[in-house]
Design a protein around this ligand. Structure first.
Ligand SMILES: [Zn+2]
Length: 52
């Protein structure tokens, strides 16, 4: 299972998301502040919830 660590560049919200949630964030923006986010806001993780 691929997971990603999302950190919002605007408000600093940090959450771990799966690939589906990542796609929604890229499409709709940050769930907290609504900022548009790009792929650079995501870091792939290899263990659930743990950054590489
Ligand atoms: Zn935000």
């Amino acid at each position: 299972m691929s997971t990603y660590r999302f950190t919002c560049p605007e408000c600093g919200a940090a959450v771990t998301v799966d690939s589906g949630a990542r796609e929604r964030l890229l499409d709709a923006g940050c769930a907290v502040c609504g900022a548009r986010v790009g792929t650079a806001a995501f870091t792939a993780t290899n263990t659930f919830g743990t950054s590489v």
